[in-house]
Structures are given as C-alpha cells and as structure tokens.
Design a protein around this ligand. Structure first.
Ligand SMILES: Nc1nc2c(c(=O)[nH]1)N[C@H]1C(S)=C(S)[C@@H](COP(=O)(O)OP(=O)(O)OC[C@H]3O[C@@H](n4cnc5c(=O)[nH]c(N)nc54)[C@H](O)[C@@H]3O)O[C@H]1N2
Ligand SMILES: Nc1nc2c(c(=O)[nH]1)N[C@H]1C(S)=C(S)[C@@H](COP(=O)(O)OP(=O)(O)OC[C@H]3O[C@@H](n4cnc5c(=O)[nH]c(N)nc54)[C@H](O)[C@@H]3O)O[C@H]1N2
Ligand SMILES: [Mo]
Length: 715
C-alpha cells in the first residue's frame, strides 16, 4: 500500500470545503502533527472508504522515525469523538451555562458579521473593542494566522501579543544568540554530555529523547535540571532539583567555576563573543556557596556540574544543552535563558556540531509572515496590543485613555483561555460578562466554548491543508487533508473567508482578493521560493538548508555577529545588560502564609488542555493531582489519595494529593492543564497562577506561584 501523494489532491484549484477524498482504499495520506510540541511529527493517516482508521508516525521522516506519542497515535479517537462540534451553535441559555441550539451557517455568519460591523462602523478607535484571541491549538501556519490575521487587520481590531508560552525565553535567546536558533537536534546523538534543562523530554519532546538515548548508549552523561524528579530526570545520570526560578544563579555559578578552573576556550571567547570582561565580573559574584543557597541545592552539585561541563572543554568533547520553556515561566525567565545561552560560547562548544544549546529552532525557518498575515491591511491604523496573559484583567477593564475602549467582542480560535490563561477567576468573570460578544471556533465544547455566544465547528488536522515549521527540528512539513470535514465543520481559514464575505460590501476592503486565497495557495505563500513546494507535496517534509555547526565560527545573527554576553539593546531598554538572577515574584520561602512553591508542568497524556476530553487518555491521567513531598504532606496531616484544597489569595483548587518522591520539600506540582469542568470542583490549577509578567517578553509566570495546601475533610 503506497502513500497517497498526488492523484486528485494537488494543483487543481478547489473549494476549501470540498476536498477530494479518496473513496476506495486503503490509502495513506501524509500529514503533520499540528500540536504545540517541539517534535512536529510527520504523520501517515490510513484511510479506508473515506474513514481515517489509523494515524501512524512516518517511518521515512528521520525525526519522527515511525513513532508517535500516545496522544497523537489516538488521533482518530479525537477526530471521531462523539462530542465533536459538527454544526454552528448559538447560545440558548444564560452566559456560561453551556446551553446551545443548532443554527445554520448562514444565520450565524450574518449575525456575527453584523455584530462586528456595528462595532467597527463607530470608527478606528472603537474597532479596537474587537479582540482576536488565538494561540497554538494548531501550529499550522495557514490555519493559525493567515486569513484570520488578514481579517482582523482589515477590521482594525486590537492586536494580540501571543505571549502565553515562550516569549521570555525567546527574547532571552534573541538578546544573546540573535534569534530562536541553535543546534540541530539530530546531533545531540553524538554529544558526550547532555544537560536537559527545564524540560521533561519524555513527556514533551519525546523524539529528542530518542537522540539522547543514542548518545547515552554511546557513553554520554545525561544531567537533568528540574525542581521535579520528572520521568526524564529519573532516567538521567544526575538530577539537580533546584528551586523554581533559580536557574540563572546556577548558570552564573557554573561560569564562576569555569573561570576559577580556567576551563575556558579563550580563542572562541575573544573572537566570537561580546562582553566577556563584564560577564566575568558578574559571574565572580556567584561562588557556588551563594548559588547553592539561592537554588536550594548543595555546593557539590554545582561544582560537579561545572566540572562535567568544563571537562568536555578540556577533552575536546561535545557538550550540549537542551533547554525547554519550563524554566522561563518565572519572573526572571528571560535572564535565566540568557545566562544558560552564554555557557556554550565559554567552552567553545559551538565548534562541534554536537555541542551548543537548543531551546527553539523556529527562527531558522524563512516564513513569509507578511504575505500570510498582511499587516499592510491596517493601512496606517495602529491598533493597541493586548497581552494574552492578562486577558483576565483586560476583559474586566472599562474604557480609559490609557487602555482605550473596553473589549466588546472576542473571537477565540486555536485556544482555550478559560482553562489555560492564568488567574482563572478573573478570566471567567471576564468571559461571563453579559455585554461581551464571544465567538469560539472549536472542535469541542471546551471551558471557553461554554461562555460563547456562537460556537463555530472547525476542522481538525485530518480535514484541512497546512504547512508547518518546527521549534525542535529543522524540517518544513506539509499536511494534506485525509478525510472530508466532519459534519458542517470548516477550516479556520474558510470561516474567516466567509466572515469577510459577510463584512463586504459594507467594508469594501473585504472585497480584496486576499480574502479568497485558497488554503493550497496559502501553503505555497508561507515559504515562497525558499522551499521547493513540489518536493514538499511529494515527500511531506523538506529539511532546511543549513550548516551542521552554524556557530562554529561565530556568525551569530546578533547585531555584533557575536554571542552577546552583554546586550546593549537590553541596557538601552533600561534593563541589566548582563544576565543575572532575578528572584521570583513569589519566591520559595518568602511567605509564611503561603510556604509552598507550586509549578504546574504538563501532564504526559494531555497537551496543554487538548486531549483532556479524550477518554482513553484521561483514564491514564486519572484525576487532577498535586504531587507533594512526604515531609510537606505529613506537616499537614495529608495522606496519599486525600482530597486537598490548594489555595492562595487568588483562589482555590481541589485535587487529589499524591505523596511523591518526584517532589522536593517546599515545592508542589499541580500537573497538566485540566478542563475545569472535568476537575473535582469545577476549577483547575490556573485558579492559583497570577497575571504577573516576566522580565523580558511580557510572558506568563505560571511556575512562579506560592500556595498553601490543606486537607479537605468532607468530600
Ligand atoms: N505531553 C505534552 N507535551 C507537550 C506539552 C504538554 O502539555 N504535554 N506542552 C507543549 C508545549 S505548549 C510546550 S511550550 C513544550 C515545552 O513544554 P514545557 O512546558 O517546557 O514542558 P517540559 O519540557 O515538560 O518542561 C517543563 C519542565 O520544567 C520544569 N520546571 C518548572 N519550573 C522550572 C524552573 O524554574 N527551572 C527548571 N530548571 N525547570 C523547571 C518542570 O518541572 C517540567 O519538568 O512542550 C510541548 N509538549
Ligand atoms: N498552569 C499552567 N498553564 C499553562 C501552561 C502550564 O504549563 N501550566 N502552559 C502554557 C502554555 S506553554 C501554552 S502554549 C498555553 C496553551 O494554550 P492553548 O494554545 O490555548 O492550548 P490548548 O489548551 O491546547 O487549546 C487549544 C485549543 O485549540 C483547539 N484547536 C486545535 N486545532 C484547532 C483548529 O484547527 N481550529 C480551531 N478553531 N481550534 C483548534 C483545540 O481543540 C483546543 O481546545 O497554555 C499555557 N497554560
Ligand atoms: Mo507552550
């Protein structure tokens, strides 16, 4: 059975809601995993008589290597889920009641377009009362910000700063290495030392872990730096369980030790870095004793870590660091990433293709966002920007000269803010506003969709076209539709095309041909001539042309072309020009009333809040839990399996306690982003997290959160 590549699928202009679907079978259709995960797997969907029977990992794609995670191998269960939204729905009960009635597409589109037109007709100032809210439900470049972005640009709606995941670390990288750039992931297999820093690779970067395993078999040492003894930490040779938000102190102390022992590549530093003397002075303020105190670990752990790293330099062996975004969801997240990103240059690790650091590779992809998103449609208007992290406060804000108009309408797609945004009680109160008009494009009736005035049924990745980049490898992927759209669902692009058509002719700007560009065309537009699209159509993936060791001879994409230990741009913004330890907003041990630091990293079988409603996966996760150390449990008379109340001034959350060796004293773990309505008492962990922002990138501080925990006696 060959892959179903060409016949009928390509080239002919097609209506986007009318895919040519293979009728006989079985056939294999090549696609891409749409989820917000560094792995961006190449998928093969087996289709029999128009029905997707199985989703496999593509054995021909080197990074996927024929294997998928448990979640996506169950993709058909999600696609054919009995609760899939198949028709447009209009609210029929009170706001938030989750009661809806089926309506036609035409009546929904007429009503929604009418509401948006009425707001926009009051002028450019008032148009900003409309807000798009979207993130990475699909990472596809076409089904995320293409026609949707054009639509909101033409409308003059508020812009959205899409900060909820990675902007602190992203900015840290940009200010140090010059972009979201780094090692090619496949070369981790050749490393002799791999430091897995703020990442639970087995949960959230499985295909990287496969390369790390190859390295381990070839004698590499693996060290994990994570407050939690994660699935990954327990399989590494060493685990350093530092307190949340103390990574910069640890990294600076490593620099201290590299200097003290002269484990430095002086040539690399002289030729390819900027600000060495200044960094040196800074690092000398971080002897291991000081860092040990801040990080809540032993001096020996720090000196041993630095020795392992320094020895690679001495032996000429490649040392690699895999950071992930887990370490930058704290106040000092940007500084932490900067401090860590300085390390490879100090030992000249970049000289080797298996040395250096990788946090994100997304900056390596030559995506033509201007062409996809058409910011020129703003035509001189400069709408305000809303930070998606502070959606709770912003929905509750009245009009003011600083803020502009109160938000009157929100269009949500590819996101579930009521579950994933911090400080949920505010988010819920905001979405519950009677005078807010909310449209949600979704597959399911999520916590957010419960608050919608209209839910519009969107297609899944098996039902639409897209192209992808990856933030964990360096291949472009193509996704072909494998099956016809379920029910009356439509791709996001098509929904915005039809909304645009309903805005015209009142707003003739919506008659621009860019609002009728097909998905297949948009797939070509995304990379322009940078990628051989015909090859992509045939093979499903294409590797970016790039050097094996891109920074072996400096050549960083910074203004100076060097690795910038010192950043003049940061200093010009009034920031510290050097990386430093920036204590958490809510540092462990700083409050007697709320003595426990809570982090809430991903649960393995969910992806953010996606998959929580897939029964077989929820069955593996069981119920919402809080992992805590035996010492902290005992002090509160809590036993394994007890229902506990986790609380702070922002709210409370009921879940089941797991007394666990994964937790260190003083730190508790509220795993996963559960749907509120599938939790124990209708809330989730974000009831406790705050809307406070990071040092750089205006990002969220989900893992910078103090709580107290108490036993619940009657439940
Ligand atoms: N299965 C699964 N895979 C996922 C996701 C998911 O929800 N589920 N989420 C996806 C998304 S959105 C992203 S952004 C990526 C990256 O996802 P991330 O959210 O970065 O998740 P992880 O890579 O698992 O890294 C989180 C790890 O960082 C640790 N951590 C928490 N605070 C700190 C700290 O202050 N310092 C250090 N050193 N470590 C800390 C946590 O204990 C956890 O083990 O993964 C993606 N992949
Ligand atoms: N406490 C805590 N909170 C967190 C995190 C944490 O670690 N702890 N992680 C944070 C991080 S890293 C991130 S990235 C955010 C993620 O936040 P979100 O990007 O909102 O991610 P999801 O919760 O996966 O919700 C995505 C939604 O998009 C929908 N969707 C998927 N594909 C499509 C499509 O093609 N069309 C439409 N219309 N909808 C689609 C899915 O059904 C799903 O409901 O959450 C953040 N929140
Ligand atoms: Mo994320």
């Amino acid at each position: 059975m060959g892959h179903y590549y060409a016949t009928g699928f390509t080239m002919t202009p097609m209506r986007d809601s009318n895919f040519p679907i293979p009728v006989a079978g079985p056939v294999n259709v090549i696609g891409a995993c749409p989820h917000d995960c560094p792995d961006t797997c190449s998928l093969i969907t087996t289709v029999q008589d128009g029905v997707a029977t199985k989703v496999h990992g593509n054995p021909e794609h080197p990074h996927t290597d024929g294997a998928l995670c448990a979640k996506v191998s169950r993709y058909t269960e999600r696609t054919y889920h009995p609760e899939r939204i198949l028709h447009p729905l209009k609210r029929s009960g009170p706001k938030g009641s989750g009661q809806f009635e089926r309506v036609s597409w035409e009546s929904a589109l007429v009503d929604i377009a009418g509401r948006l037109k009425t707001i926009a007709a009051r002028g450019p100032e008032a148009a900003q009362a409309i807000l798009p809210y979207s993130y990475a439900g699909t990472m596809g470049l076409v089904q995320s910000e293409s026609i949707a972005a054009r639509f909101f640009h033409q409308l003059g709606a508020s812009l959205l700063n899409r900060t909820i995941c990675s902007t602190a670390g992203g900015e840290g990288l940009v200010q140090t290495l010059g972009g979201k750039v780094g090692m090619r992931v496949e070369f981790f297999a050749e490393s002799k030392l791999i430091i897995i820093w703020g990442s639970n690779s087995i949960t959230s970067n499985l295909h990287f872990w496969r390369y790390a395993q190859v390295a381990k078999r070839n004698g590499a040492k693996l060290i994990c730096i994570d407050p939690r003894k994660s699935e990954t930490a327990e399989k590494c040779h060493e685990h350093i369980a530092l307190l949340p938000g103390t990574d910069a102190a640890l990294a600076l102390s490593m620099v201290h030790e590299l200097i003290a022992n002269d484990w430095l590549d002086h040539d690399y530093i002289a030729l390819y870095t900027l600000g060495w003397e200044a960094l040196r002075n800074r690092a000398m303020q971080w002897p291991p004793e000081r860092a040990a105190e801040v990080c809540g670990i032993s001096v020996e752990q720090i000196t041993a870590l630095a020795r392992d790293y320094g020895h690679c330099m001495q032996r000429g062996e490649p040392a690699a660091i895999r950071m992930n975004y887990g370490l930058q969801r704290v106040k000092g997240g940007g500084n932490a990433v900067r401090a860590i990103a300085c390390l490879p240059a100090l030992i000249g690790a970049w000289r080797h293709r298996a040395g250096g650091v990788l946090l994100s590779s997304s900056g390596l992809f030559p995506v033509n966002r201007q062409a996809l998103q058409r910011p020129d449609l703003l035509a001189g208007r400069t709408p305000r920007t809303i930070n998606m992290v502070t959606i709770g406060d912003d929905l509750l804000r009245g009009a003011s000269p600083e803020f502009g108009p109160a938000i009157e309408a929100v269009v949500v797609y590819n996101s579930n803010p009521v579950a994933v945004a911090p400080d949920s009680s505010k988010v819920v109160a905001g979405f519950a506003r009677e005078d807010l008009f909310t449209v949600v494009l979704e597959h399911f009736q999520t916590d957010t969709a419960d608050y919608a005035d209209y839910i519009l049924p969107a297609t899944t990745q098996l039902e639409h076209w897209d192209v992808h980049l990856s933030y964990g490898h360096t291949d472009v992927l193509l996704n072909r539709p494998a099956i016809a759209p379920a029910g009356e669902s439509k791709p996001n692009t098509q929904i915005f095309r039809e909304l645009a058509a309903h805005m015209a002719p009142d707003d003739t700007g919506f008659l621009d041909p860019c609002f009728t560009e097909s998905d297949e065309r948009l797939c070509r537009t995304a990379y322009g001539p940078a990628i051989d699209f015909d090859r992509l159509l045939l093979q499903g993936f294409a590797t970016l042309p790039m050097a094996d060791a891109p920074f072996a001879l400096g050549d960083f994409p910074t203004p100076s072309g060097r690795c910038e230990f010192f950043s003049a741009r940061l200093q010009a913004q009034g920031q510290d020009g050097l990386p430093n330890h920036v204590p958490n907003h809510e540092a462990a041990g700083s409050s007697a009333q709320y003595p426990l630091a809570m982090i809430s990293p991903p649960a393995r079988n969910f992806l953010n809040s996606t998959f929580v409603n897939v029964k077989s996966l929820r069955a593996i996760e069981g119920e919402p839990i809080l992992e805590m150390h035996a010492h902290d449990a005992l002090a509160r008379a809590i036993q394994a399996g007890d229902v506990v109340r986790v609380f702070n001034p922002r709210g409370e959350y009921l879940c089941r306690a797991v007394v666990s060796k994964r937790a260190r004293p003083g730190v508790v773990h509220g795993l996963g982003v559960w749907w509120r309505k599938l939790g124990l008492a209708g809330t989730n962990v974000n009831e406790l997290t705050s809307q406070k922002l990071t040092d750089m990138g205006a990002g969220p501080t989900f893992y910078d959160c103090l709580v107290e925990v108490a036993l619940v006696r009657n439940l």
